[in-house]
Design a protein around this ligand. Structure first.
Ligand code: ZN
Length: 63
């Protein structure tokens, strides 16, 4: 993956873990590593949407 790609922030939404889903694993904040509660959507071009997970604290700093 090209790390220099343009990321255009779209919006933030609550992230629901699905504990009953067979292959579900806990999701963690990409910034600090605590349990994720939010996910941020980014448009990275060519109709591709990137989703990154964040905790509440870090989600406030996502743009
Ligand atoms: Zn965090």
């Amino acid at each position: 993956m090209d790390l220099e790609m343009q990321k255009n922030f779209i919006h933030l939404r609550s992230f629901e873990d699905k504990p009953n889903y067979p292959n579900s694993k806990p999701k963690f904040c990409v910034t600090c590593g605590t349990k994720a509660t939010q996910e941020a959507l980014f448009n990275v071009g060519d109709g591709v949407i990137l989703v990154e997970k964040y905790c509440d604290a870090c989600a406030k700093n996502v743009k």
